[in-house]
Design a protein around this ligand. Sequence first.
Ligand SMILES: [Zn+2]
Length: 168
Amino acid sequence: MKVLNLQCQHGHGFEGWFSSEDDFQHQLSTGFLACPMCGDAQVAKLPSAPRLNLGASQPGHESRAHAPDSPGVAAGPTGQCAVPADNAASLVPQAVQAAWLHVVRRVMASTEDVGQRFAEEARKMHYGECEARGIRGHATPQQTEELLDEGIAVMPLPVPDGFKDTLQ
Ligand SMILES: [Zn+2]
């Protein structure tokens, strides 16, 4: 339900109740809407602002009470919309990168670097020739494929350039 402040050509102000803005426009265009005091069909919708100003124009505490709220209410939605939008653009990639570096760091901390012997060590562990442990190292795509063919689980772990240097 929409309550609109209306006024006829003769300055009669009255309220009109409508189901929607479209309902108001429809009643206005079909001439169904008329001033209840003089029957004038030339009815205009008043902006809601004058009604709000009635309260503000009253002397005393009410205008003062509203004064601190008004800037906050006006600035609030603007700020709430603008800040997360900015943050979303700048923070999400950082958060993703941070989470990924965290994973890389954990993997590196809990695995042994076997370097170029990765495929060899992985195979030895798989066939029980040495104790199973977490290892990391380098394997060519062909080596990785061979390991996978033998049922040895290996996980590619792209490490950002320069990150290995900072760890070791
Ligand atoms: Zn009127």
